[in-house]
Write a protein that binds this ligand. Structure first.
Ligand code: M6R
Length: 621
């Protein structure tokens, strides 16, 4: 949830570190800091509370000179967001600095033990035990043979320290006595080593690397990279050599720039027609009437023979999973269960060799989703990833999968990832369905409708100004309801989540019929109710629910199918979407809700891309 950047090369590190942190700010933004080793072997440190711009301002006043450094942007877990808790953290001798993503669960006992050995602590963080533990082994009498270089001592001390840690970490380490070396290591928290021309950039996210190099090594779990000016060596933490593959970072700098948009969320909403086209490209073939998913082809037999499908995910990805539950049962006739990833392993999920486990994650790093994947794997399920971030941990640990190909998502509120996930899951359902029972003609109908989705999305986006004007007078309302049935129930949940996470308005999404079982008591003219009511099999029933709300003075906004004039009898405002097959409607109906949430947050004056308390990728349980 925090961001790491480290640099070793021939340029001044400071600017590169700050620029990298800015690109990672979406991952965490309550404090930040950097430590740089200068040519005289001094380790200098600057930290600041708040946004990266505060750190940059501080650095302007007295900059950090040197060509090797580490930096961090923090999302607080242990200890309040104050300067003493910002990373990097130093050992008590001031020679060794560490930045850390993750949580050290046994930090309490380690801290006590280190204090008994003479270490002193200055923060409330779990991280501070790491530099002190490294320092303990580094300075320990008799630990190393005489003649061992400082660099070798640091490497070995780091390995020894890491074996004592319980929990998760992605760390980088720098030491004033080995100023030409940076160590990176990971367990449960991602790290990428960018391999440039005479320089190396290490980061928790390729976004901080891509403007320097597109060549990168994605460190595996329990792996370490020792980076020096002469090159790098990768190994396991316990020093077994690892032959790492240099891979190409799949996206370009343009994709992570804001361009002419005010916010990443806005950009990502508007990218959806192009990105969904990219997601479909090369996978559906209208001429042949076929669907090709290269990433699961080798397991096609298991997919076709499966008896049950489990889906695990969190947040928006879980909503995409709920849409898939309807689609899989309807199209593939595959019994499907959807679980919050965070709850999955606390039940006794029934899994056998005929169970498929689909794991959905934009980042591919969400710790609960990863833990659910590992649980399902241990129980023998074939695990399929529906992931956006190429090379991420979930993508690597699943048996097979289908990437979204919607480009990096930076806005904390997920938008194009949701539509990408639903698109991929629909293709997966069709892939299975055609191999089980679906006629060629029927498949063609779906492929044709899917192919039209990007243009239909573009049409919906033309209503942007109308949606902004419509939502404005409602922005002072503190409670909203989102209601839908069938395929629109998960969309209602997603609409409510979007609104609450960026505009801080309390919103609830639920099946429209459930309203009568309690929430109807809340309906007054102070509570806007958004009905998602495209032309579908349950249309008449939803209209009845709208009547019920209207009869109690509720204010209704609706998302409906183009041409449905009748709906205006029940709703004060209507956002229209083009007609499509019922199974594909969520791909369209969610767009007005994304725009509604975006405008509400902007009108209320919030920082849309950096909502309070949130981080883009949740890597702590
Ligand atoms: O990276 P993931 O898809 O695994 O993330 C899951 C959730 O944390 C994420 O969807 C979250 O709910 C978003 N902020 C919603 O907009």
């Amino acid at each position: 949830m925090c961001g790491i950047v480290a640099y070793l090369g021939d340029k001044q590190a400071e600017g590169i570190l700050v620029e990298g942190l800015k690109r990672l700010e979406y991952r965490g933004y309550d404090s930040s800091g950097a430590a740089v080793c200068n040519a005289d072997g001094q380790l200098n440190l600057v930290r600041s509370v708040g946004r990266i711009s505060n750190l940059a301002e501080k650095l302007d006043k007295g900059h950090l000179s040197g060509t090797a450094g580490i930096a961090h942007t923090r999302w607080a877990t242990h200890g309040a967001p104050v300067e003493k808790n910002a990373h990097p953290h130093l050992d008590h001798t001031g020679k060794i600095a560490v930045v850390h993503n993750g949580i050290i669960e046994n930090f309490g006992s380690l801290k006590k033990w280190l204090i008994s050995k003479g270490a002193t602590f200055h923060s409330d963080t779990d991280t501070e035990v790491i530099p002190n533990l490294i320092s303990h082994f580094y300075h320990k009498e008799g630990q190393f043979e005489s003649g061992t270089t400082n660099a070798k001592k640091l490497e070995m001390a780091t390995r020894l320290a890491l074996t004592e840690l319980v929990g998760t970490y992605g760390i980088t380490v720098i030491c004033s006595e080995s100023p030409d070396m940076i160590i990176a290591a990971r367990k449960g928290s991602p790290l990428v080593l960018g391999v440039g021309d005479g320089e190396y950039i290490i980061s928790s996210d390729a976004a901080a690397i891509v403007n320097h190099t597109s060549r990168a090594i994605y460190l595996g779990d329990n792996e370490m990279a020792v980076v020096t000016r002469d090159g790098y060596i990768t190994s396991t933490i316990d020093n077994i050599p690892v032959a790492s593959k240099v891979e190409k970072i799949e996206y370009t700098l343009d994709e992570i720039e804001l361009a002419n948009y005010k916010h990443y969320m806005e950009k990502e909403i508007f990218e959806q027609p192009d990105k969904i086209r990219a997601c479909l490209s090369g996978r559906i073939d209208l001429n042949e009437g076929s669907i090709k998913l290269g990433g699961v082809m080798d397991h096609a037999r298991e997919l076709v023979q499966a008896r049950k499908l489990n889906i695990t995910a969190c947040g928006t990805a879980w909503h995409a999973g709920l849409v898939a539950e309807y689609i899989m049962e309807e199209l593939a006739m595959l019994p499907t269960e959807v679980d919050y990833a965070s709850e999955f392993r606390y039940r006794n999920p029934i899994i056998d060799q005929n169970t498929l486990q689909v794991v959905i994650s934009q980042s591919g790093e969400t710790i609960d989703t990863l833990a659910a994947l590992r649980e399902a794997k241990n129980r023998g399920a074939l695990c399929i990833g529906v992931v956006n971030a190429v090379g991420s941990t979930i993508a690597r640990e699943t048996d097979c999968g289908v990437y979204l190909h919607v480009g990096p998502e930076i806005g904390v509120a997920s938008t194009k990832a949701f539509t990408g996930q639903v698109t991929v899951l629909t293709m997966l359902a069709l892939f299975i369905a055609r191999r089980r029972h679906m006629s060629q003609q029927k498949l063609h109908t779906y492929l044709d409708a899917l192919n039209r989705i990007p243009d239909q999305m573009a049409k919906i986006l033309e209503q942007n100004d109308y949606i902004r004007q419509t939502v404005e007078p409602y922005c002072d309302k503190e409670n909203w309801l989102f209601l839908g049935r069938g395929y629109q129930f998960p969309v209602a949940l997603e609409g409510a989540l979007k609104l609450k996470e960026i505009s801080y308005i309390h919103a609830e999404g639920m099946p429209a019929a459930e309203m009568k079982h309690g929430p109807i008591a809340l309906i007054t003219k102070e509570m806007p109710v958004v009905f998602i009511v495209p032309k579908c099999s349950q249309y008449d029933k939803i209209v009845s629910n709208m009547e019920e709300v209207r009869a109690r003075g509720g204010r209704i906004l609706a998302v409906a199918t183009e041409g449905d004039e009748d709906i205006k009898k029940y709703a004060e405002h209507v956002f229209y979407v083009p007609d499509t097959l019922e199974e594909l409607q969520p791909l369209l109906t969610v767009l007005p809700l994304q725009m509604l949430a975006y405008h509400a947050a902007v009108i209320r004056g919030h920082d849309v891309d950096k909502p309070r308390n949130l981080a883009k990728s949740v890597t702590v349980e």
